[in-house]
Design a protein around this ligand. Structure first.
Ligand SMILES: C[S@@+](CC[C@H](N)C(=O)[O-])C[C@H]1O[C@@H](n2cnc3c(N)ncnc32)[C@H](O)[C@@H]1O
Length: 276
């Protein structure tokens, strides 16, 4: 199995994943082709087989993050994203969290009697009980505020039978499940521009940090420009990337090689990005 570690593999992901052992992967972070919205370099997409292979190769307690959206066909959203989420659930995964990837710079839409689509789903599936969660924390707006005379009961309108006095507001809290990113604008994301739909690097970093520890193995079976694998490498995780397109595999390899030649530069840049 070691021969697949830290490799970008060209091929149909179902066929490649069949070569992997059971319980091999800690985290899969991936984004499938959305309802044929884009033409990649020619692909076949056997969704159900992909989901089944992912279940087999995911470690107990491991996670699959499936970033997806629907096409609108003849006036109706297809609902493919939900159908896929329910299928993952049917074959044994827990639907652990339905998260939202909100774009701060969405593509403007022509008016079609609906609001501008500014998000994609990030379905988080777990195989059994989640084994790793390193939650991202954010500052509380009212840190330190004392709520004199307030009980938890006041907050919950009496539904919870808790009369305990509320503590001062904490400094930090766990981030919510709507995550906002700018798409394609940051310098680190520009390197993926040979691909039509790369993830923001920051999105990949946030999931990898949340669901894995250093040394864990991260998979992207529809790897595209290699954002997941590059982020995993930068964060001290191992990676496996698979894509049907030779051209995208070359792009992913070149991004990884560039990082390997200048890791110090990355550290300075990513610290700056995380502070934005
Ligand atoms: C939405 S893109 C992924 C982009 C990627 N997250 C990134 O950051 O660049 C989907 C990718 O899936 C690949 N693909 C589609 N069907 C595939 C299959 N059956 N096996 C492997 N790759 C496939 C396409 O070539 C395309 O690059």
């Amino acid at each position: 199995m070691e021969k697949y570690r830290n490799k970008i593999l060209e091929g149909n992901c179902v066929e490649v994943m069949k070569k992997f052992d059971d319980n091999f992967i800690d985290l899969t972070l991936t984004s499938p082709p959305y309802d044929n919205l884009r033409t990649y370099k020619g692909f076949v997409f056997p969704f159900e087989e992909i989901a089944q292979e992912l279940y087999r190769i995911t470690k107990e307690g491991g996670i699959v993050v499936w970033v997806v959206n629907d096409a609108t066909i003849k006036g109706s959203e297809t609902g493919t994203s939900f159908k896929q989420a329910l299928y993952f659930n049917e074959i044994g995964f827990n639907l652990h969290d339905t998260m939202i990837f909100q774009k701060t710079n969405p593509i403007p839409q022509i008016y079609r009697k609906r609001y501008n689509g500014i998000f994609e789903y990030m379905f988080v599936f777990s195989k059994g009980k989640v084994k790793t969660h390193n939650p991202i924390k954010i500052d509380c707006l009212h840190a330190g505020l004392q709520l004199n005379g307030t009980t938890y009961k006041n907050y919950s309108k009496g539904e919870q039978k808790r009369g305990k006095m509320a503590k001062p507001v904490k400094k930090q809290k766990i981030k919510g499940n709507i995550w906002e990113y700018v798409v394609g604008k940051k310098k680190e994301d520009q390197a993926a521009k040979g691909h039509p739909a790369p993830f923001p690097m920051a999105l990949a970093r946030d999931h990898i940090n949340s669901w894995t520890n250093e040394g864990d193995l991260v998979l992207d079976p529809m790897n595209g420009s290699g954002t997941t694998c590059l982020s995993a490498l930068q964060l001290g995780r191992d990676y496996v990337g698979i894509d049907m397109s030779k051209e995208y595999c070359e792009l992913a390899k070149s991004r990884i090689e560039e990082f390997e030649q200048q890791p110090r530069l990355f550290r300075e840049e990513s610290t700056a990005y995380n502070n934005v």
